[in-house]
Structure formats: C-alpha cells, structure tokens
Design a protein around this ligand. Structure first.
Ligand code: ARG
Length: 479
C-alpha cells in the first residue's frame, strides 16, 4: 500500500509495474534510514509539544519508531515490495508495531520536508567523515615530509625540470591543497546546518507545530526561513558534490604523480606490494592501479556535480520528483572518495622514495641557472642582463659540449664562488624566503602545517564527527 492510495479509485489495479520501477527509490534511499528515524523521533516529540499527541501517545510512537530503527540497524528489517521509499518503509513498519496510533505519525509532515531533513542530516555526518579521512591523508603526507629530511628532487614547470625543491616541500604542496578541501567541507556543513522540518509539503501547517523545536532536537543551528525554499533547496547537495569533485581532482593529481614517478622512466619511487597490482599476462608487471583509480574516479565525481546542477537548473518551486535524482550521485561521490582516501593514504604511507634518482635528476647542470643570475643581481647587475648572460652560457655549454661550470668559472663576472652554486645540493638551500622550497623555510612550513592540522581536527570534532588521532592512518613503511 502506498501512503497516498486514498486519492485513487478503490477498484483500480494500483500503480502500473513500470511506474513502480521508475519511481521507486528504496533501493538507494535506505541509506537514509537512521536519519529518517532521527527525524521521525524529533517529529513525534514535536507533535507532543504541540499537544497533537498525548504523552502516552508520544511514548508509544517513540517506542515504535525506535524499534524500527533497531530493526534497520541490525538488518532484521524486512522491506516490503510496496515500500516505495525509506519514508514509506519506516512509517509502514511503525504502524505495524504501534497499531492505530501509527496513523498519527505523519501528521503535519510531508515526505518533502522529511527527505530534505534526512538528507541534510546524512550530509552533515558524511562530509565530516570525509573531512576526517582527508586529515588522515594529510597526516601521512606530514609524516613522509618529516622523514624526507633534506632530500630533494627537481621541481617542474611545463613538466620540464625547473629548480630543485625539497621532497618535503613537494609533499606538503598536496597537503595544503587538501587543507582547502577540509575547509570547504566544513564550510558546507556549516551552511547546510538548517532544518527544513515543519515546512510540510511546501507551505507550512495549520497545526501549532514548532519548527524551531524540532530543529533543536535534531541538532541543527537554525530552522528554515521560507517553507518553499526549505523543500526545494538542494544547494547543499550541489556544494557537497563540488567539494568532493575538487577533492577528487586533488587526489587525481596526487595519483597522476605516483603513476609518473613509479614508471621506469622516472624511477623516483617504488610502490609497496600491498598497494600495487600485478598483470594477469605479463609476469614482470607491478602496476599503480590505486593511483590510477584515484585519477580515474575524479571524472565520475565531476560528472556527478554537473549532472546535479543540470537536474536543478530549471525546476520550478517547490518540490519536484526530479529532486529524487540528488541521492545516487551524492551517495556515490561520498563512497568513492571514502574508498580512495584510505587507499591513497596507504600508498603514500608506504611508497619507497629513490632519493638518489631524485637528486641525480635535480642536480642537472642548469638547475641553478637562476642562482647565477641572482648572484649577479647581488653584485648590482640588472636582472634582465644577468638572465641574458647566464642564458648565453647555458646555450654555449650545450652547443660546444663544455660543462656549464667551466664556463662559469672562466667568466669574469662569475668565477669560483659562482661555480660552487652549481655543485649538487647547493641550489635548494638557497630557497630561503617564507613558503620557499629550501630547508629552513620548509622547517617553518612544517610547523605551520602541524598547527593547521590540529585546528582542523578540532573543527571537525566540534561539529560532532570522530576524528583520527595524529599518526594513526596509513601503514608505516616498515610494516
Ligand atoms: N523519494 C522522494 C525523494 O527522494 C521522497 C519525496 C517524495 N515526495 C513526493 N511528494 N513524492 O525525493
């Protein structure tokens, strides 16, 4: 039995099978079960406070809804073929348990405000879990950055070797991008923290309901301002999907780098066996599938965002069934990101860097070219002239196959001190400005990153999520 059968002819055959197949959402919206229970409990208390239910009725209905919740949680709940969605399923079962009284549960409520409430509760919890997973990955990057010490590698622009940078600096670059993701997730949670319950189907109620009361019961900071907006607003879903898509893009870039670095051509790292995969045909292969999936899934996450925006763009106020399309992309985006994050944390936590290969690549003869120019600037030469002078030496060295250091040594404006800048490992130590890639600047950066992680950890906990303890994520390399 649907919840709305009364409107239709008593002798009708009921919904056509193909309509049921098209409209049914229980297959995925049962993900909202615990939130639907929470929202239903708050609603029952609200009906009691409004004097619509007696104290005894409130107690009996709360008991029935709680029992439904326990059945759902333990897996003993039996879904019926006619359970169109999770809201129907919960009400149907509560009515089976509470008898007559069950018929009062939906008083003053619509599935429109109910589903909006459930989804906000789900989002709040899930986005905080994602944020905690991100912090766990940042923790791994921090550990690896500390372990990397003064190891350095080429920094690239245009994928051409540009200037040497500390490996720690490179790892923390990803860490700071993830910090913005955490910030965005928390901001989205703060903005979605508004209860739609009490908006009814679209216009509120003639019954003396108190939306502020149920908002507080559910731990929301505020109630809706406008009932039409309350039931049709899915900005929070679009925002969540954007946060997850951009996070996915960051994870994709991290994955891409591992794909490159673990190739024989680069040889900057070797994957731990537990975080690599083999080939069914080629016996010698060890493949970076984790990194590739981190890269590949970003396409799907971007698709979920654009799909959601397209669904929303022409909807007239207020609720439209199109909105049912919000759940699958959202649930999938969270599930995919939560699958990638720990796997990538494990990969980054265990990957073995080849410092020698990295350093050999970074110690290319021209990697300190700008340091030569800056030395000349220190002696008073305008930078544009210094740049041209050094570029000329680099060109000469390549054309005549003479080591750059020899030309530098022999040049009247440069000489021995300048040639020493070209020695392995020297250039990176000269990146000394705040936020720069050299050892002293990176040591200061590490301290700031540690503080940022602490702040973000407490922000996540403040909003009610369990966070990871520092250092608890990602297997250690000597595992
Ligand atoms: N399954 C629906 C959804 O996800 C629940 C709300 C249905 N409301 C309605 N008036 N048909 O949006």
């Amino acid at each position: 039995m649907t919840l709305w059968q009364g409107r239709f002819a008593a002798d009708a055959d009921g919904m056509a099978d193909e309509v049921a197949r098209l409209t049914v959402s229980i297959g995925f919206d049962k993900e909202l079960a615990s939130d639907d229970i929470a929202a239903s409990l708050a609603h029952v208390r609200g009906l009691g406070k409004a004097g619509i239910l007696t104290d005894e009725e409130v107690a009996a209905l709360l008991d029935a809804v709680e029992r439904v919740g326990m059945e759902l949680a333990s897996g003993s709940f039996v879904f019926s073929l006619s359970d169109e969605d999770v809201h129907t399923a919960v009400e149907r079962r509560a009515t089976e348990l509470a008898g007559e009284l069950g018929a009062k549960l939906h008083t003053g409520r619509s599935r429109n405000d109910q589903v909006a409430t459930d989804l906000r509760l789900w989002c709040r919890r899930s986005l905080l879990q994602v944020a905690a997973d991100v912090v766990a990955l940042q923790d791994v990057l921090l550990r690896r950055a500390r372990e990397a010490g003064d190891a350095y590698l080429p920094g690239y622009t245009h994928l051409q070797r540009a200037q040497p940078v500390l490996l720690a600096h490179h790892l923390l670059a990803h860490g700071w991008a993830l910090a913005r993701d955490v910030d965005r997730l928390i901001a989205t949670v703060e903005r979605l923290d508004v209860s739609p319950l009490g908006a009814g189907a679209l216009a509120g109620s003639s019954l003396p309901l108190d939306p502020d009361f149920v908002a507080e019961e559910l731990g929301f900071s505020a109630r809706f301002e406008n009932s039409l907006d309350a039931v049709s607003d899915r900005d929070f879903v679009a925002e969540a999907l954007f946060d997850l898509a951009l996070l996915g893009v960051h994870l994709s870039r991290m994955g891409e780098e591992i794909v490159l670095w673990s190739s024989e051509e680069w040889g900057f790292c070797a994957l731990d066996d537990a975080y690599a995969t083999g080939s069914s045909m080629l016996p010698q292969k060890k493949n970076p599938d984790v990194a590739e999936l981190a890269r590949g899934k970003s396409g799907r996450l971007i698709g979920h965002l654009t799909g959601m925006l397209a669904t929303l763009k022409a909807l007239p106020l207020a609720y439209n069934r199109d909105l049912q399309e919000d759940k699958e992309p959202l649930f999938d985006a969270v599930a995919q990101v939560r699958a990638i994050l720990p796997a990538l944390a494990g990969l980054y936590g265990t990957v073995e860097w080849d410092h020698d290969r990295m350093q050999a690549a970074a110690d290319g003869p021209a990697s300190a070219a700008v340091d030569l120019a800056e030395m000349l600037v220190g002696d008073g030469m305008p930078f544009r002239r210094a740049h041209a002078l050094v570029a000329g030496l680099v060109r000469d060295s390549l054309a005549r196959h003479v080591p750059l250091s020899e030309l530098v040594q022999a040049h009247p404006d440069l000489g021995d001190a300048a040639a020493r800048l070209l020695e392995p490992g020297v250039a990176v130590t000269r990146r000394t400005t705040p936020g720069a890639a050299g050892p002293a600047a990176v040591a200061a950066q590490v301290e700031r990153f540690v503080r940022r992680l602490d702040v973000d950890r407490s922000r996540i906990t403040l909003h009610g999520a369990e966070t990871v303890q520092p250092g608890s994520a990602g297997a250690s390399p000597d595992r």
